[in-house]
Design a protein around this ligand. Structure first.
Ligand SMILES: [Zn+2]
Length: 202
């Protein structure tokens, strides 16, 4: 089973990715994560681009992905272009493309009120409130606003998301692979719908 997870910033993609790969034992393929985790030369190179805030060359991303492929994979933050999607098709059979659907105003609303744990980087918002205000459920760390969650930067990230994602959806749609989940629900409800979509395909 190979799943691609797409979703705008603030859609809870990270949380859903985590739930998904835990439930189904998928290999989590996120070039950003692989870079951060470090280890080999490829990951180190990836991290260099990330630190500079630059987009890594597709060749490098592809190599990193190929090296880490498992039997069943969850692709998160990848592919980001049609080139990468075509390249990925040469390596694995995609079973499902999950899109977390969230309108632009909803994304802006969510990101503007999003808080992040200073210690473990866990993210909180209207759909995922901490048990105690201002305190992380997971580690007890202090919750603060992220520096890149300004209206201008949010709008920029949204634009990039639309530019990258819409062609991808059109690429996969003719094969009937795209399933859009209503990202406006709670974490639990969204995951339930995702599980339903996954089970329907397997
Ligand atoms: Zn924390």
């Amino acid at each position: 089973m190979n799943i691609i997870l797409l979703g705008p910033p603030g859609s809870g993609k990270g949380t859903q990715a985590e739930l998904l790969y835990q439930k189904y034992g998928l290999t989590h393929i996120s070039p950003g994560e692989l870079g951060r985790r470090g280890g080999d030369e490829l990951a180190k190179k990836m991290l260099t681009y990330m630190r500079k805030g630059e987009l890594a060359p597709s060749m490098l991303v592809m190599k990193l992905v190929q090296k880490n492929l498992g039997e069943h994979n969850l692709f998160d933050g990848f592919p980001r272009s049609l080139d990468q999607a075509e390249e990925l098709d040469q390596n694995v059979v995609i079973d499902l493309v999950l899109e977390l659907g969230l309108s632009d105003p909803e994304v802006i609303k969510r990101l503007s009120s999003r808080l992040e744990c200073m210690k473990c980087k866990a993210s909180y918002g209207p759909a995922h409130k901490p048990k105690k205000a201002g305190v992380c459920d997971l580690c007890g760390g202090e919750l603060v606003k992220r520096k890149d969650d300004t209206p201008e930067l949010i709008r920029k990230r949204l634009e990039t998301y639309h530019d990258e994602t819409e062609p991808l959806l059109e690429y996969y749609r003719p094969r009937n692979l795209v399933y859009t989940v209503n990202g406006n629900n709670t974490v639990k409800e969204v995951f339930k719908e995702i599980v339903r979509a996954v089970e329907a395909r397997s």
